[in-house]
Design a protein around this ligand. Structure first.
Ligand SMILES: [Zn+2]
Length: 135
């Protein structure tokens, strides 16, 4: 994966995040058992103005269904995603590949290490699950 590929992924995540309904999101959930003693769950993800963003109704739930944890992840992700993107963008901002001498491999203009420098490599690998290749 090149730095350009990673930049396009970050840009895509930024567009998706910015276009979504603003945070904070809330959860309204009901859980119960029907007359056959089968577990059910109804979950609504709510916008700050109270309108529905998404809803699910699941019946015949498995006993180990993680409804509360999954609801928490969805609403937390809406708040965390823009903050995490801002942190990643700020951390990556000073790092750019530069050619200091003709015929030499590029180095990072910020820390003067071979490109991609360890910071860029660690961030891009963590976010994409793929190692950033040398360019
Ligand atoms: Zn660097």
């Amino acid at each position: 994966m090149s730095a350009d590929d990673f930049a396009s992924i970050l840009s895509r995540w930024r567009k998706i995040t910015d276009a979504a309904t603003p945070s904070p999101w809330k959860v309204e959930a009901k859980h119960g058992r029907d007359i056959a003693d089968e577990a059910w769950s109804e979950v609504r993800i709510k916008a700050p103005d109270g309108s529905d963003i998404a809803s699910t109704y699941i019946s015949h739930l498995l006993e180990n269904y993680n409804a509360d944890e999954d609801e928490e992840l969805i609403v937390t992700a809406r708040t965390a995603m823009p903050r995490l993107l801002a942190a990643v963008e700020a951390a990556l901002k000073p790092h750019h590949p530069t050619i200091r001498r003709q015929g030499w491999p590029p180095t990072c203009n910020y820390d003067n290490r071979r490109w991609p420098c360890p910071e860029v490599k660690a961030i891009t690998t963590a976010l994409t699950g793929k190692e950033t290749g040398d360019e």
